[in-house]
Design a protein around this ligand. Sequence first.
Ligand code: PMV
Length: 321
Amino acid sequence: MGKATAVANPNIAFVKYWGKADEALNLPANPSLSMNLAALTTVTTVEFRSGQACDVVTIDGHPATGQALHRVVAHLDRVRALAGSNEQAWVASRNDFPAATGLASSSSAFAALTLAATQAAGLSLDEVRLSRLARLGSGSACRSVPAGFALWEMEEAHQVAPPEHWDLRDLVAIVTGQAKAVSSHDGHALAPTSPLYAARLAAVVGWLAAVEDGLARRDLAAMGPAVEADALAMHAVMMTSHPSLLYWLPATVAVLQAVRAWRDGGLEAYFPVDAGPNVHCLCRAAAAGEVENRLKAIPGVQQVVASGPGNGVRPVNWHLF
Ligand code: PMV
C-alpha cells in the first residue's frame, strides 16, 4: 500500500449535533447543518508500511497517546478492513489552529484522515462513502467532507450550498488556547442525562427549518436567532447533564453579551458556540472588519480568526514526511 496526504477544513454547526441515536454506528439524535471554515486547516499524511509493528501517529509534532491514538488506530482499522490489509501506518497530522478548544478540530482531523488513509490504501471512495466513513471517526467530520454548507441527517452529510453561494463570515473569538477537559466525543453520552435534552431535540426541527430558509435566501436575520437559540440550548443541555459540563469562561459570556448589544446598535452578528469556551460570530462580509475590531477590543479575547466558507476534503500532492 502507499502514501497519501489530504487537507480538510473544520466546520461550524449552525444547528448542532449533540447526542446520539446509535452509539455504535455514530448516528445523530438530530440533523445538523454547518459551514466549512476556509481559514482553518488540518493536513494529514498516511503511509502504510509493510513490516511495521504498530501504527505510529503524531499530531502537531507530538506522538499521539491515550484516547487520541486509540481513535486514530480504530479509524485505520476500518480502512484496513475495507482494503483487506493488515499493514500498519505512519500518520502525521498538523492543525494550523489550537486543537480541542471548540474549533471543531475533530471534524477536520477525521475528514482528512479518512481521505488520506483510504487513498494510501488504494481505495477510491465517492463523497457519500467518504462522509459515512468519516462519521465513524467523529460525527461532525462527515460534514467536512462536502464543500461549503452541509446537512447531516442520518448516515452521511450532503452539500446544501457550495462555498460560492454566500460569502458569510465566521469570526472566532479565541478566549483560551487550552484543551477542554471533556471532549465532545465523551460529552455526547451525557446529553440524555439532562432534563432539557428532549426539549432541545423537539425544538431543533423548527430551528433547522429557519436556518435552511435563511441560508437559501442569504438572509442572516432569518437564520441568526435560530443559530443562537440552538447553541444556547446545546449548552443548557451540557450544563444540566450529569455530570455537568460548563465550557464557558467569563470572556465567553462577555462576547455573547457584546454581540447582542452590537445587534441592538444595528451591527448584524450572531453567535454559534461549539463545545468549548471560544465564541464564533457570524456576519456578512461587509461587516467582518468592524466585528473583528470590536471582538479584539473585548478583554479576554486573545485572538480573532476570520473565515469564509471552505472547500470539502481534498487530496494534495505533497506530504508532511
Ligand atoms: O464530532 P464530535 O463527536 O466531536 O461532536 C461535535 C459536537 C459539536 O461540535 C459540539 C456540535 C457540532 O454539531 O459540531
